[in-house]
Ligand binder design. Structure first.
Ligand SMILES: *Cc1c(COP(=O)(O)O)cnc(C)c1O
Ligand code: SF4
Length: 357
């Protein structure tokens, strides 16, 4: 059996199995027993958890918490609001649309781990929505909408589908003349790097008019191992570009040191930071959320000027009207008819002439 399938066969999603890997605290146990929620991890990703520290950044993403019962700021029916599922346009459940030229195409609701901070948790983790993941219906809609040039295949984690199913989806999308690029959103390179097999490379690889870009989600430097590095390299050797979409998580990656190490380490394994997301107001994840400004402050204090320019993602807030960038805006300190006063990352000033338009 292929290693990735063995990982899924030995999936850790019961208290007994979890207790074999970590010393489960009484609070964690109570959360698992009392919450009606999907949770679980591959044995590989579980092995990266600290057995004795409930605040381990990986453990907090994997193990349910009693804090999920609290919801002060989360928006109920979040995904209906966020993905504009109640507006006039008639779309299949698989298609989420916020932009004219691109859509998110949800092909399944299974994941390699069930992130406690998931913004799609109503579909993926809580199962409070019953969506139809009818791939044919989605493909038909995309084919009929000639203005769509970019399809973001997402989930759940689309790479948990079989090679055959992935091949089918990719080849059908590539047959559509107006599709210029395919993007895959998958946490597999991080939580199940064994998934990048020869067979999958065959499916994704080779030169084609329609390229494939993959964005993964890595939130903490501890998530990056030799295996991750190899998986990313394998993806690149078959022509797939790999980017990262981190989520800004309180107590996990919201300090300068961790934030910088994360982005530096991503580049050492050839992953280009793409986005850092503000932790969205989905219900039950208040305990992961920082202030809105936090991401911009971290870019200012940890990345911009402090380290390699390639390490800098764009910080965005995903909303019902699209992603809104929020970058540090303190660089222009002053401006008059004659000149601009600018400030750099060390707090030093310089001036440039203000040239009339
Ligand atoms: C995030 C998202 C996209 C892709 O946005 P980019 O900024 O192009 O990466 C497209 N459609 C939906 C519905 C999204 O949520
Ligand atoms: S992998 Fe993505 S969709 Fe799945 S639980 Fe994590 S954040 Fe949600």
């Amino acid at each position: 059996m292929e290693e990735w399938k063995e990982q899924l066969n030995n999936y850790i999603d019961t208290l007994d199995k979890l207790k074999k890997v970590i010393n489960v605290t009484s609070k964690e146990e109570e959360a698992i027993r009392s919450l009606d929620t999907k949770w679980g991890t591959t044995p590989y990703f579980a092995s990266l958890m600290d057995a004795n520290d409930p605040n381990c950044p990986i453990r907090r993403q994997v193990v349910p918490s009693l804090k999920e019962k609290e919801n002060v700021y989360g928006i109920n029916d979040y995904l209906i609001w966020k993905e504009n599922r109640d507006n006039e346009e008639d779309r299949p459940d698989t298609i989420a649309r916020q932009y004219k030229d691109r859509v998110a195409f949800t092909v399944l609701d299974q994941c390699g781990i069930y992130c406690r901070h998931c913004f799609r948790k109503e579909v993926v983790v809580d199962k409070s929505y019953d969506l139809r993941f009818d791939v044919e219906e989605g493909l038909k809609w995309i084919k009929e909408h000639k203005e769509i040039r970019d399809v973001l295949v997402t989930g759940g984690d689309p790479l948990l589908l079989s090679d055959e199913k992935i091949e089918y989806i990719i080849s059908k999308l590539r047959e559509i003349p107006h599709i210029q690029m395919i993007r895959i959103g998958s946490r597999s390179p991080i939580v199940l790097p064994h998934r990048i097999t020869k067979g999958l490379k065959k499916v994704l690889g080779g030169y084609h008019r329609v390229p494939i870009w993959l964005n993964t989600q890595c939130n903490h430097p501890k998530e990056i191992t030799q295996k991750t590095s190899k998986a990313v390299y394998e993806l690149m050797t078959c022509g797939v570009n790999v980017g990262n979409q981190a989520v800004l998580l309180k107590g996990i990656n919201d300090d300068v040191e961790t934030f910088r190490r994360l982005h530096q380490k991503l580049l050492t394994i050839r992953i280009r930071p793409y986005y850092v997301f503000y932790c969205e107001p989905a219900p039950g994840i208040d305990h992961f959320r920082t202030s809105i400004e936090k991401g911009a402050e971290l870019i200012r204090d940890a990345l911009r000027g402090h380290t390699t320019g390639l390490a800098q993602p764009m910080y965005v807030i995903a909303t019902n009207v699209g992603k809104i960038p929020l970058m540090p805006d303190y660089y222009i300190v002053d401006k008059n008819e004659k000149e601009y006063k600018l400030r750099n990352h060390r707090g030093e000033y310089t001036t440039l002439p203000n040239i009339p338009e």
